[in-house]
Design a binder for this molecule. Structure first.
Ligand code: DQA
Length: 145
C-alpha cells in the first residue's frame, strides 16, 4: 500500500529550526525514519515537504484521487487554512494528523486545528515518533479491512 507523508511550511528546516521545540533531527532524517518504518510494515511511503500551499493542495487532491492514505503535518496551515482542510475533507482513505510538538502546551493560537475534524486521528507532542506511530496505525487498519 502506498502512503503519503506530507509536511507543510518550515518543516524542511527541521534540525536548525527551534531545536529546543522540534529537536535536532533534519527533514532528511525524518524521510529516512519514515522509509525505514514503511519497509518494516510493507508500505510504500512517499515523504514530501512544501512551503507552498497550492502544491500541498495538489498533493492532497492526488491522494484523494488515488485512494492513498495520508499522514499530514500541515505546520502553521493547521491553524488557519480552510483550503487545506477542504482538501483533506476530499480524501478517500484515512488521514492522520501529526504534530511534532505538543501544540496544546504552546501558544493559544496553536490549540485549534482546522484539520482535526476531518482526520481519523491526531498524534501530537511525541516528536518524530508520531510519524512512525501514524504509519503503524495505517498499516494495521489496512490489514483488517
Ligand atoms: C507543528 C506545530 C505548528 O503549530 C507549527 O506551526 C509547525 C509545526 C508541529 O509539528 O509541532 O510548523 O505542526
Amino acid at each position: 500500500m502506498r502512503v503519503f507523508v506530507l509536511n507543510g511550511p518550515n518543516l524542511g528546516r527541521l534540525g536548525t529550526r527551534e531545536p529546543e521545540i522540534y529537536g535536532h533531527g533534519t527533514h532528511a532524517d525524518l524521510v529516512e525514519l519514515c522509509g525505514r518504518t514503511g519497509r518494516e510494515l510493507g508500505l510504500e511511503v512517499e515523504v514530501r515537504q512544501t512551503d507552498h500551499e497550492g502544491e500541498m493542495l495538489g498533493w492532497l487532491h492526488e491522494a484523494g484521487e488515488h485512494g492513498v492514505p495520508v499522514v499530514l503535518n500541515a505546520g502553521a496551515w493547521t491553524h488557519y487554512s480552510i483550503a487545506v482542510r477542504d482538501a483533506c475533507a476530499q480524501l478517500t482513505a484515512p488521514l492522520v494528523e501529526v504534530h511534532i510538538s505538543n501544540v496544546h502546551r504552546r501558544e493559544e493560537f496553536r490549540h485549534h486545528s482546522y484539520i482535526s475534524a476531518v482526520a481519523a486521528g491526531v498524534i501530537v507532542g511525541l516528536g518524530v515518533d508520531g510519524y512512525s506511530l501514524a504509519l503503524r496505525w495505517l498499516a494495521g487498519k489496512a490489514s483488517t479491512e
